[in-house]
Design a protein around this ligand. Structure first.
Ligand SMILES: Cc1cc2nc3c(=O)[nH]c(=O)nc-3n(C[C@H](O)[C@H](O)[C@H](O)COP(=O)(O)OP(=O)(O)OC[C@H]3O[C@@H](n4cnc5c(N)ncnc54)[C@H](O)[C@@H]3O)c2cc1C
Length: 259
């Protein structure tokens, strides 16, 4: 069984996150880059299956700039066996269409039985790349799972929606997306950190994935037309409780249609 975990490197959500107002793209140097936490939870689920099923191979795959190797090494230190790093200058500012194309090609090249992704990233928040990969590879998608069971032949789990819980399953190969209902990830131990440095990482360009620049530029890509600074936060309304605070608060909530 080969499980490929899609890991996105994102700016730390507790850090400064800025848009480059000239390009409209995220300024990825503004904050400390980290492994998106939802992907650590996906990796944890894959590693737990590996713990109980010797012979399972866990591969982490990431498309990102050169420094995304840091996130891949972090995932390797948690216990993944090897990494795939898609790096190509022409991928800077890639939209979901291009991202899903590059990742799908890399998955075909790497081989997989199960692909584990997050339900959505914390920077682009599209929640669309896994569905695009499912479409491109012609494999079933089990999305927004709150738990998961993997066997040699199938993956199953529960999906919680507004209208109740659905029990879903699919034969392998398949792709799933995990939600924050999955357990927190294990911390890398000292042995894991040391061995991570020696674990293999396959660094590939678009050309090595058989994707030529014409194919990428032919895609009807998302374009940022303009970007403006987010207005500075205002202090907000301060209410001193001189006995009228409750009434003032209700009026404030009603006026701002918050109730
Ligand atoms: C503020 C902002 C707004 C954006 N708006 C748009 C937009 O409107 N339309 C658009 O097409 N693109 C947009 N993008 C670009 C988009 O973020 C990238 O294309 C990104 O690579 C994929 O989209 P996502 O982050 O929304 O992924 P999602 O679909 O939210 O990601 C879900 C899961 O897919 C996997 N995954 C996603 N990206 C990668 C990766 N690079 N490497 C490995 N696994 C990955 C991860 O497992 C992740 O948890 C935006 C980016 C930013 C920062």
């Amino acid at each position: 069984m080969r499980i490929v975990v899609l890991v996105k490197q994102v700016p730390d959500t507790s850090d400064v996150r800025k848009l480059d107002l000239n390009t409209g793209l995220l300024d990825r140097d503004a904050g400390e880059p980290i492994v998106d936490e939802i992907n650590e939870r996906g990796l944890e689920a894959a590693l737990r299956y590996k713990d109980d099923n010797k012979g399972t191979e866990v591969v982490v795959l990431s498309m990102g700039p050169e420094n995304a190797i840091k996130s891949i090494r972090k995932a390797l230190s948690m216990g993944a066996d090897s990494g795939v790093h898609i790096v190509d200058d022409s991928l800077a500012g890639a939209d979901a269409l291009v991202t899903s194309l590059a990742i799908s090609k890399a998955l075909e090249r790497t081989g997989y039985d199960l692909v584990v992704a997050g339900n959505e990233s914390t920077d682009g928040n599209g929640g669309i790349v896994p569905a695009m990969i499912s479409e491109r590879l012609g494999i079933p998608l089990l999305g927004f799972l709150v738990n998961m069971e993997i066997t040699e032949a199938q993956v199953s789990g529960e999906r919680q929606g507004d209208d109740g819980t659905a029990n879903v399953h699919a034969g392998l190969p398949a792709i799933v997306t995990v939600t924050e209902r999955f357990d927190y990830a294990r911390f890398p131990n000292f042995k894991g950190i040391m061995t991570a440095k020696r674990k293999p990482v396959d660094t590939v360009t678009l050309a090595e994935l058989g994707v030529d620049a014409a194919e990428v530029s032919s895609l009807d890509r998302t374009e940022v037309i303009s970007a403006v600074e987010r207005p500075a936060r205002t202090a907000g309304t301060k209410i001193d409780d001189d006995g009228t605070a409750a009434a003032t608060l209700v009026e404030y909530l009603a006026t701002n249609r918050l109730v």
